[in-house]
Design a protein around this ligand. Structure first.
Ligand code: SF4
Length: 735
């Protein structure tokens, strides 16, 4: 038996890429622990299963080709060469018949720079039809932030906060106790040192219970609440006058809008007592510096309600002078350390010689389009000549439009799709629409690549096995959203025939006339990306990584990265794209106010789409210890409401919307509003049969199949409507 060796590596379990020390014996990883010397060193309750994840018996290990009908669970093992040759040949044929835009690329949890490699490939190929899991994960806040003040404020959310500098933290639309537990521990420490925490959330989450001030609002009314707080701040004159006068445009329009939302009116809309609205406004505005988080929930509120919530949060940050202020919403640096934007090359997409059409939803949802991408680049170029780090968020189409293009050929056909590191049927609303499209005969080529087969992959023509972060080098720069860069080498060679996500795009690119753009290996690409830093990847991976120094108030030298150089409270860019930023609060499409007739039949308000610590979205349900902790999908309900419906803790209950019904297990939650229920999202059952009709039990508890994703329901960026819709709940006699 060889002696145990220790190697610095990366946790393989999810895309957060925490750094670990791997114990290796006889060439096998036998144990993983957090790298306590690195600021990225961490091992959460999912990460402790790293060894099981790496060697799990259900991991995909070889390329496979469909041998029966889609979803029949019949596969033939083939070589990588055969898979790449056949896929490339089919792609060429589809491009000849329908144009490059007929290829769709869907990404998800990153398995090693797979997303940036796929964006680069799309730009070289000429398709604007791609999105990754960020599509329903809060990305829609970023284009609005960029339109208003020329950068996103995500960096302020993902940093630990110094209570000497940050007086108030507002957690709005997020639940870091579940989604980012380590960050939440840091927040609690800062709170113990004097920082105040305000939480905006309908649910009595751990964060809400720990808050200094909890605003328990009616689901979907976030925009009204923000306008109510703005009303108080403006009428009491407690905004940052100097900043507003010098750096903001559109202030009079904002004042006129906010005047319509006095706290008493807002209280009627939101259920939050008027004095609490005012108290929160004063606490936030009077803090010497404050952070108001980015939040996934605000982009799940449906048509109208979503945009008012996101704009409202941006306005609050701006008029209180918290933008790029020390202790406030610090902007991050563009990714200059890496040749990230140069390698992805968004200009190639904008000017692609073969691309003749914008993405399939550009007319209806212009905030995600090639046109928008070009406009943002133009607006930001004075400050960021190379563009904004995460430019991909300006171009994503709406999922609904993508499925329609496959099914109807309108506005033009989509004929091929890649699904990489994601499970579309368990991460987008109206999952049956996605299912019909992916299963359709119109779909001539469906390629899936991941660690495990899932319900979406079960419909594929080709299934490809991906390496995990123990068996490939890693480089992380948060999708270009922060200037920091960290990397680690692989600790063991790939098991079986697993390959890096990068290799899919590289191998196809070489067969499709893109050879000069693709270094042979992922490490070779990292070397190229690191050229501006003058360091090779292997050397870089031995060091601590790169974190740019914190800077603030850089706008004093450069102005803001908008057309006017100022914070545009009524963003000209949104107006150019056809949005009305002064429209004010609108009710969610299916609320007791907007749809009172429906509310008689569906009297409860449904929230879904939240995270729990045990799972990263739809992943990790194969892991034994995780499933012991969290075996079933849970429906949270107020105990009195449950009793009225004849439900007890542990019963199975149907959750029904006008789109159908799903079953989950009852969990009684004291403090939940009596008319609100919360259902777990993303559920499927890896232990159930793969072959249809089961498809890993995807139609049993998957809330995504009964929430809308369609025009009139989806928000301004085409995100699914997961929160604040109507449902009814009743007992199921069987689990
Ligand atoms: S599972 Fe994800 S968050 Fe947890 S330690 Fe691993 S990489 Fe980090």
């Amino acid at each position: 038996m060889s002696a145990e060796t220790l190697k610095k590596g990366t946790c393989p379990v999810c895309g957060h890429m925490c750094f670990v020390i791997a114990h290796i014996e006889n060439g096998r990883v036998v144990k993983v622990e957090p790298d306590r010397e690195s600021p990225l060193g961490h091992l959460c309750i999912r990460g402790v299963n790293a060894v099981e994840y790496h060697r799990h018996p259900k991991r995909l290990n070889y390329p496979m080709k469909r041998a029966g009908a889609r979803g029949e669970a019949k596969w033939t093992r083939i070589s990588w060469e055969q898979a790449m040759d056949e896929i490339a040949t089919k792609l060429k044929d589809i491009r000849d018949r329908y144009g490059p835009e007929a290829v769709l690329v869907l990404g998800g949890s990153p398995h090693g720079f797979g997303d940036p490699a796929s964006w680069k490939w799309c730009n070289l190929w000429g398709t604007p039809n791609f999105f990754h899991l960020g599509k329903n994960c809060g990305e829609a806040e970023f284009p609005v932030e960029c339109a208003m003040y020329g950068y996103d404020t995500i960096a302020a959310y993902t940093r630990f906060l110094n209570p000497k500098k940050t007086g108030v933290l507002v957690i709005w639309g997020a639940n870091p106790a579940e989604s980012l537990p380590r960050l939440w521990q840091g927040y609690k420490y800062s709170q113990s040192q004097g920082m105040k925490i305000i939480v905006v959330d309908p649910r009595p989450t751990e964060c809400a219970r720990a808050a200094n001030l909890w605003l328990q609002l009616r689901p979907g009314t976030d925009g009204a609440l923000a306008l109510g707080m703005l009303n108080v701040i403006l009428s009491e004159g407690i905004y940052d006058r100097e900043f507003v006068e010098k750096w903001c445009t559109g202030f009079e329009e904002l004042k006129a809008l906010a005047r319509q939302y006095p706290p008493e009116r807002v209280s009627q809309i939101t259920w939050v007592p008027a004095e609490r609205v005012a108290e929160a406004a004063r606490l936030y505005a009077k803090a010497p510096a404050a952070v108001l988080t980015w939040g996934v929930a605000n982009t799940h509120l449906g048509d109208g309600a979503g945009l008012s919530a996101v704009l409202g949060k941006c306005w609050l940050r701006a008029i209180t002078g918290n933008l790029d202020r020390e202790g406030g919403q610090l902007f991050s640096d563009p990714p200059d350390f890496l040749a990230f934007l140069e390698e992805i090359d968004w200009d190639r997409q904008i000017h692609h010689p073969l691309r003749t059409r914008d993405n399939v939803s550009a007319d209806r949802i212009p905030i995600g389009s090639v046109r928008a991408l070009a406009l943002y680049k133009e607006a930001m170029k004075r400050v960021y000549p190379k563009g904004w780090g995460a430019a991909q968020y300006f171009i994503y189409p709406s999922p609904h439009a993508v499925w329609e293009a496959i099914l109807t050929g309108k506005p033009y056909p989509i004929k091929a799709a890649f699904v990489q590191g994601t499970n579309t049927l368990c991460s987008m609303g109206d999952a049956r629409h996605a299912y019909q499209a992916l299963k359709s005969k119109n779909m001539e080529l469906l390629v899936f690549m991941d660690h495990f087969l899932n319900p979406t992959g079960a419909l594929a023509d080709y299934v490809l096995p991906a390496t995990d972060a123990l068996e490939r080098p890693t480089l992380t720069n948060n999708w270009g959203m922060t200037g920091s860069v960290h990397g680690r080498e692989a600790v063991v060679p790939p098991l079986h025939e697993r390959k890096d996500d990068y290799q899919l795009w590289c191998d196809l690119g070489k067969r499709l006339g893109q050879a000069e753009h693709w270094p042979d290996t992922l490490e070779g690409w990292f070397d190229k990306l690191l050229e501006p830093a003058g360091v090779r990847f292997r050397e870089f991976a031995q060091g601590p990584g790169y974190s740019p120094p914190h800077r603030s108030r850089r706008y004093e030298k450069t102005g803001f990265a908008t057309f006017s150089g100022k914070v545009e409270l009524m963003p000209g860019l949104l107006k150019k794209l056809g949005y009305d930023p002064a429209a004010g609060y609108r009710e969610p499409p299916w609320s007791p106010i907007s749809a009172p007739d429906m509310a008689e039949r569906f009297p409860l308000i449904l929230i879904s789409g939240s995270r729990v610590q045990e799972f990263h979205h739809s992943s990790h349900r194969q892991l034994e210890r995780i499933r012991k902790r969290y075996p079933d999908p849970l429906l949270e309900i107020n105990p009195e409401t449950a009793a009225r419906l004849g439900l007890a803790e542990g019963d199975w209950a149907w959750i029904e919307t006008p789109m159908g019904r799903m079953k989950q297990k009852v969990r009684l939650i004291a403090g939940m509003p009596p008319s609100v229920v919360h259902a777990d999202g993303y559920w499927w059952f890896p232990e159930k049969p793969e072959a249809e009709p089961s498809l890993f039990g995807v139609w049993e508890s998957n809330i995504d199949a009964i929430v809308p994703d369609a025009p009139g329901f989806s928000d301004y960026a085409g995100n699914s409507y997961f929160r604040g819709l109507l449902c009814r709940v009743y007992k199921s006699e069987t689990p």
